[in-house]
Design a protein around this ligand. Structure first.
Ligand code: HH2
Length: 316
């Protein structure tokens, strides 16, 4: 594992099991943590010091909090505000550096219910401010500017846009105005096994950076994400992990979210809740290949794996 890669640096309902977009077809066309949280990266008010977080010798861990009925691996588990808050507390105790809160399942295909901004806000309202009050930086996972603005007004400090500023014309302007870090993720309406996925990811992210630049978003506020499982075949998701280092040429931090995703079950058949080993393997490879932030449901195990890998690397 390259030291330099480090140095710069989800009682479940029955599964809606995927996150890898099947190729377009006629039918498819439509452990307890050993680490306390990072005092270095969070101010008392839960503000984010991204450079401090990225300067540590292991990637930051973003814990996933889905306040949804239909998320692919934990839909319904945290829809009750008390359960959501308990999960946030638990992830923080387990070492999460950032809590990523989403109120709409972002699966790009079948099973997820499109929701309105009002639906999202109704889910977020009793939860997000309470999570902010826990003092760890909060990220808002939404593709709707109105939802992102609402969350930023209530203390969220990072925007996570799974359409890389390319779905809603108002997102880039909002991010520029608020001057907050934004995760810009690669996405596609459908998977195409015939394409060069790394070229597609790079072209998409370059377009996102152009949009960001035109809107006046400071480059140092941007985090890139290959969008594991989104608009990709399982094989393409694995290619994106294997070739992640190519994205370092953008000179920006990289976030990877491989947690529980479907490509794992194509190697070893498994339900989403049984993909912890595969998630950790994928995240360790991602870290090795330059990921600076890992988005994970299983925080304790992820933190432990990343830290042990870094400690071993340190012996080289
Ligand atoms: N993956 C999911 C959601 N948001 N954001 C980023 N930046 N990167 C990801 O890989 C990513 C993401 C899908 O995971 P999950 O939130 O558990 O599922 P769902 O969208 O069904 O709620």
């Amino acid at each position: 594992m390259e030291q330099s890669a480090y140095a710069i640096a989800l009682h479940f309902q029955r599964p809606l099991p995927d996150l890898d977009t099947p190729p377009r077809t006629a039918q498819s066309d439509r452990m307890i943590a050993t680490a306390s949280r990072s005092a270095a990266a969070a101010t008392p008010a839960g503000r984010l010091d991204l450079p401090a977080l990225l300067a540590r010798p292991w990637p930051a861990v973003m814990g996933v909090l889905n306040i949804t009925p239909d998320s692919f691996s934990d839909g319904g588990a945290f829809i009750a505000p008390e359960s959501a808050l308990a999960q946030a507390r638990r992830m923080i105790a387990e070492g999460a550096d950032i809590i990523d809160i989403g109120a709409e399942s972002t699966r790009p295909y079948g099973g997820s219910q499109p929701v309105t901004a009002e639906d999202e806000l109704r889910r977020l309202e009793p939860v997000l401010p309470e999570v902010v009050a826990l003092g760890v930086p909060v990220s808002i996972d939404s593709m709707k500017p109105a939802v992102v603005a609402w969350a930023l007004d209530r203390g969220a400090v990072i925007a996570n846009d799974v359409w890389g500023l390319q779905r809603d014309g108002g997102m880039a302007g909002l991010i520029a105005e608020r001057n907050v870090p934004v995760v810009v993720m690669h996405n596609r309406d459908g998977a195409d096994p015939a394409i060069d996925i790394m070229a597609d990811i790079a072209a998409f992210l370059a377009r996102s950076l152009d949009i960001a630049s035109s809107a006046g978003i400071a480059r140092e506020r941007i985090v890139l994400d290959p969008g594991i499982g989104f608009g990709k075949t399982p094989e393409q998701s694995m290619t994106a992990l294997a070739h992640l280092a190519e994205l370092k040429s953008f000179g920006l931090p990289i976030l990877v979210g491989a947690s529980r995703k479907r490509f794992i079950s194509t190697v070893t058949p498994s339900e989403p809740q049984q993909r912890l080993g595969g998630s950790i393997a994928a995240h360790l490879i991602a870290a090795q290949n330059g990921a600076n932030i890992i988005r994970a449901h299983d925080v304790a195990e992820t933190v432990q794996a990343l830290r042990v890998a870094a400690a071993i690397e340190d012996r080289k």
